[in-house]
Structures are given as C-alpha cells and as structure tokens.
Write a protein that binds this ligand. Structure first.
Ligand code: ADP
Ligand code: MG
Length: 672
C-alpha cells in the first residue's frame, strides 16, 4: 500500500481532531507518521540505587512505596502530593505536583521505577516530580517524541504503534547487495527499531540506516538535477587569451588569481564541460578571474553570460567591464528587470543574432525567451543567492555551455560536495597587495554619540558610511527596526545630511534605486538591514557601523565589513553590542583579531552550527529529518559514492521507484 496517500486521521486512535494536532507537527500521512522519529529514549531497564547516583543527576531508581500519599493544597491551582519510597537502602521523599491521577494510582508496598533528578543528603534522598512507572511495566526502552499541547509523547507512541501495525512489513528501498556493501540493516528493521528499540545498540544501527537513506535521497536528488546537463565538452576552446586580458588590467593579477584562471582555461579545453566554483574571500578579486575567463571564451568565438543576484551588482559589473573592454572589439549589453521593453527586445534579438559577446544581467537572463546564437560560458556571481535549479536552467540554454560560479562564502569540503556536487573548486587564498587593513572596534551603545560624531567627520571629509541594524520585520520590539532607526537618525542625529534607507521589505527596484544613489555619492549615509552584504563596491565608503552586532553570524559580519576598505582611504568597522556574555564577546573579538574569512567561517560553524551559518534558506537545500550534514559526514561520503554507483547503471532510477518517490517528496518542499 502507498502510505503517503493514507491520511493520518484513519489510523486507530486518531480521528478528526487529533489529526489536526498531528498536522501541526508536520504529520499528514501514514508515511509522515512512521518517519516521525523519537528525539530521545528512556531506558527503564537501567535502574540504579540512590547511592550509585550523583546528587543532582537524573537516574532510574527502582523503589518500593512505603508511606501512603499525603495531599497538601498550597493554593488554588497548586496541590502537592508527598509520599516515601525506599530502594532497600535509602529513603526517598517524593513530591508530585498537581498530578492527582498519578497520586491516586500509587499503592503502598508496590514496586515502582522513579525517573528524575535525585537530590541526595548524607542519609536521605528526595525527588521532585519524577516520572513513575509500575516496576513490572517499566522494562523496555521508551521513545520520547517531540510533542505538542494536547498531543503527548505517550499518545504519539500509541498512534505510531497502530501505524506500524497497519503498514506491516516495510519493503526495502535498496537491494540486498547495497545493504551488504554498506553494512546497513533492512529498512523494516530500521523503522521499527527507531521507534521501539529492543535494545540500546539497535538505536544506532537503525539511525545509521535512516541517515543513510535520507542522505542518499538528498544526494540522488541533487545529482539527478545536475545530470540534466550533459558533461561532455562539446565546446572545446583551445586558445588561451589570459595574458592579453591581464594587459588590460590596471594592476597585476595575484598568483591565486592566475592559478584560478589557468584552472578554468584548462577546463575549457578539457574532455568535460567546465563546472567550476571559484571561492574567495571578499575583495580577493573574483571579478577579474571571471573577466579573464570570459575574455578567453569570447576570443575563442563564443558568447558569454554573466548573472548577478541584484540589479545593482549587475549594473556595477556592466560598468566596470565596459570600462575595461573599452578599446577592444567586445560588445557588451546589460539586461535586468528594469530594462525597458523595447530595449529588451533589441538586446534579445542581438543575442540571438550573435551581435552581443557579453551579456550581463539578473534573473531576467534566465527567462525562457532569451536565446543565444552560441553561448559558450555562463558565469554566476555570488552564487549562494541562486538555487541549483536556476543555475542549471541557465546552463541548459544553448549547447551545454561551460559553467563558472563565484562565491565569497567559505564552505567546508563535504558541504561543498553536497551543494556543488561535481563542481571543481579553485580557491583564491590571497588578497591583492597593498590592501588597507580595516580597523575593527567593539564598543557598547554608550559610545553612540562619539560614533555619530565620527561618522559626521568622515562624511564631512567627503566619505560615506553604512549603518546596519536589525531586520525590519523583526518582532523583537526592544530593538529598533531599520525604518524607525533611520527616522530617528535623520531627524535627530544627522540633520542636514543625506540618508538613504534599505530594508528587506522594499521592492527590488526601490532597493536598487537607493543603492544607486549611494554608489553615486548622493546618499551619504546608508541605513540598512543586511541586504548590503552582497558584493557591491562603493570605494568611497569608509565607515561600517553595525548595531546589535551579536545578533549576526560572524561570516555575515565579515561580509558586511568587506563593504568598506575598498578604496584609498583608511576604513573602519564599528561593532556595537551590549551583550556581555562571554561567548558573545569572544566571538566578536575574533572578528577584531582576524580578517581571514575561512577562519571566521570555521569558528562560526563550530560555535553556532550549520543552521546559522548556512540557513536552509541560504543554501536552498531541503530540511532533513534525521541526518545532520555536518555531523554525519562519513555517511555522507558513503552516500555520495553509492549515489554515483546507482546512477551509473540506472540513470533514471527505474529500479528504485520508492527512492524516486522519496526524492520528489523531499524536493517538493523546497524551491528547486
Ligand atoms: P570580490 O572577490 O569580493 O568580488 P572584486 O573582484 O570586487 O572582489 O575586487 C575587489 C577590488 O580589488 C576591485 O576594486 C578590484 O579592481 C581590485 N583588484 C582585484 N584584483 C586585484 C589585484 N590583483 N591587484 C590589485 N587590485 C585588485
Ligand atoms: Mg564580487
């Protein structure tokens, strides 16, 4: 039977009302139910005596009740029930709060198992509101489910039991030889044991299988997406024009840049179509690398498309490449959402006729009606803003063009493997020489008046400043929104100065307009949420003030800091935080001590976890139920190998219908 079509409400013990509670937990079908895993377990067989327990720690104590329950009404709504137990050596004073039902059920001289924190003195012990089970009942391992109001773990447990009865033996998704190869238990065993383990070891065995299942599904899904593109290099480009390109630059490329360009140019003439990620910290000069590769592709006779996540970035790239290629015969055009309809039509026609060599744009570029004569390279900038699907849909245009991706987000290796799969990676691990060190300061809000004065000074000297504050749609009412703060700043603090406001709820067009005004220098102080983090270049901006800095991830702060220090003037990054906690201060101090984006990302990852560092939204990957992409790296690597192996023989997964269903289920919920 198809469990994913079976509505939860028809399972024994559920019904209409309870089904709604399950829905709140994301459980709609029988399939969802059997995949709703316990978050922990209580092993009732692990009993100790009071003397074996450390005071203050939770434990299971097998004990006999020795005094009847005494009831004490403390006040309305609070009734205490007290009684004594003994484990044979020590008397345990037990207090139960409000639970009349439990208190009534207890019988003197019966044996129970008490689970909870044990507070011990020399001669006695006490437990407050322990979980109490009859000794003869409390033998196995009890699953504890993430529960909700009116839907307790106990009820969920009962329903899962009924659900598992209903499904019967669960057919396996993987053939026997793969189970053997990767030392996995059967799916049936895994599902049953993850809910109701017979013994503790089985939990790990079951978990491993389910993690494998989930990561394999993820991996296969991503690989299938990627395999929409052919990998054979149908556009071999034998000529290397990088030196010619370098002679156009007003500076000498760094060794890291040259190495990355050489990697790409080798790809262009390789057996397989280029799929390369160039990863480099803010300011490492990724644009010049892209430029060299695009120049080479164009000189080999092909068209090139460069895609940026925002209009302002696309426009900036357009302007700088126009300048750089001035004097060459390369024809460049800009295509964004705000390009006028008639102009758009002209550009599209010219692209189709091959009259444009380099097209720079935003999402408008990937619309279906843009056609190329001979597209040779697609280059995406700051790629983490694009989903895989968007990337591949541009790549599908034309005759499987080469693909170059640039990202400023440092990514741990296994994570990179997941997100970029078969992409090759070049790292720019060197900053151009002569970069000014940005001075970073960490202060409390008591310094605001001085900071404002400092900003006024900078602006009076002809420079510009960013002020970044908390998100505008933040419900946290004690923090000012960007809008409120901007109002306050323009009316009270910076009267007579030109302020601009940028926040996430503005339309892209409005944002771009403000950004343009800032880039032109008409706006002197830009008050903004984090939307400025993407690689805009305003060399005249020298102050970056970040309010409530402790609320941001370090990598994010680092990206923000990278918005200044791009010109000839000394630049400053001021982090304001009133958070006195040791961990918060330590984090922010790290930022002060280093400018190395990889080091910062590493620290972020270790202390805040992948959720913050790589919010699902940002990396665009589906939410996982049991696997953890950072913890389960070993299984992840096995899955990557296994997925490749499976797809080699069976690219359409014809013999894995259940995996196919799981893949579409997993990817349905994301914006792939
Ligand atoms: P990012 O990697 O953050 O995209 P950019 O490509 O925007 O960095 O480069 C940042 C700045 O550094 C630009 O102004 C660019 O002209 C300059 N730049 C890039 N490469 C070099 C180099 N080798 N020497 C000097 N300046 C460089
Ligand atoms: Mg950039």
């Amino acid at each position: 039977m198809d469990y994913s079509d079976y509505n939860i409400q028809f399972i024994k013990g559920v019904g209409d009302k309870r089904a709604q509670l399950f829905n709140k937990l994301g459980v709609y079908t029988l399939q969802d139910l059997i995949n709703y895993y316990p978050r922990k377990y209580i092993d009732w067989s692990k009993t100790l005596t009071v003397k074996e327990v450390k005071s203050g720690e939770p434990a299971f104590i097998k004990a006999t009740m020795i005094t009847p329950v005494k009831e004490a009404k403390i006040r309305k709504g609070l009734t205490l029930y007290k009684c004594n137990f003994t484990d044979g050596e020590t008397v345990i004073h037990v207090t139960i709060f409000n639970n009349a039902y439990l208190a009534k059920a207890l019988r003197t001289f019966d044996d129970y198992i008490l689970y909870g924190k044990v507070d011990r003195t020399f001669t006695e012990a006490s437990m407050s509101s322990p979980q109490i089970e009859k000794a003869e009942k409390a033998t196995g391992i009890e699953p504890i489910y993430p529960a909700t109001t009116n839907l307790s773990s106990k009820i969920i447990e009962k329903v899962v039991r009924a659900g598992l009865d209903k499904v019967g033996a669960i057919p396996d998704t993987l053939p026997e030889y793969l189970l053997t190869e990767y030392n996995l238990c059967s799916l049936n065993f895994a599902i049953r044991q993850i809910h109701f383990p017979d013994k503790e070891e089985n939990i790990e065995i079951a978990r491993r299988r389910l993690i494998f299942e989930e990561l394999l599904t993820l991996q296969l899904g991503l690989m299938k997406l990627k395999s929409k593109r052919a990998t054979k290099n149908l556009l071999k480009m034998p000529l290397d024009f990088s030196e010619e390109f370098y002679s156009l630059l007003p500076f000498n490329p760094t060794n890291a840049q040259k190495k990355a360009v050489a990697d790409c140019i080798a790809d262009l003439n390789g057996d397989r179509q280029m799929n390369r990620l160039v990863q480099g910290d803010v300011g490492s000069g990724k644009t010049a690398v892209a430029g060299a590769v695009m120049y080479t592709v164009i000189k080999n006779g092909y068209q090139t498309a460069m895609m940026a996540p925002t209009e302002i970035l696309a426009t900036q790239h357009y302007e700088s490449f126009c300048k750089l290629f001035d004097g060459t015969d390369i024809k460049i055009a800009l295509l964004t959402g705000s390009t006028k309809a008639t102009e758009k039509k002209k550009i599209k026609l010219a692209l189709y006729d091959g009259e444009i060599d380099l097209i720079i744009g935003t999402h408008a570029l990937i619309q279906n009606d843009v056609e190329f004569k001979n597209l040779g390279l697609v280059c995406t900038d700051e790629q983490h803003r694009f989903g895989v699907e968007q990337r591949s849909s541009l790549a599908m245009k034309g005759n499987n063009p080469h693909l170059l991706v640039m990202s400023a987000t440092p990514i741990p290796r296994t994570m990179g493997l997941i997100i970029y799969g078969d992409l090759n990676i070049s790292v720019l691990d060197e900053l151009p020489p002569g970069r000014q060190e940005i001075r970073t300061d960490l202060v409390t809000s008591a310094y605001h008046q001085r900071i404002y004065k400092f900003i006024k000074n900078a602006v009076d000297n002809g420079n510009q400043a960013y002020i970044v504050c908390s998100l505008v749609d933040d419900n946290d009412s004690d923090l000012l929104s960007a809008k409120e703060y901007a109002d306050k700043l323009s009316t009270e603090v910076f009267q007579g100065y030109n302020l601009g406001l940028l926040h996430g709820k503005m339309k892209p067009k409005e944002k771009d307009k403000v950004m343009q005004e800032f880039a032109k220098g008409n706006v002197q102080i830009l008050v903004s949420t984090t939307v400025v983090e993407v690689g805009v270049d305003v060399p005249n901006a020298t102050v970056m003030l970040i309010e409530n800095a402790d609320r941001f991830g370090l990598s994010q702060l680092h990206q923000l800091r990278g918005r200044v220090g791009r010109g000839k003037d000394k630049s400053f990054c001021i982090l304001v935080s009133d958070n006195k906690s040791e961990s918060s201060v330590e984090r922010l101090k790290l930022l002060k001590s280093t400018n190395d984006g990889f080091k910062i990302a590493d620290y972020d990852l270790k202390t805040r976890g992948p959720g913050d560092f790589f919010g699902t939204r940002q990396h665009g990957l589906p939410q996982l139920k049991i696997a953890d992409m950072l913890e389960d790296t070993k299984i992840l690597e096995q899955c990557q190998e296994c997925a490749k192996y499976i797809l080699k023989d069976d690219p359409n997964l014809d013999s894995f219908p259940e995996l196919c269903r799981q893949i579409s289920d997993m990817f349905r919920k994301t914006d792939y």
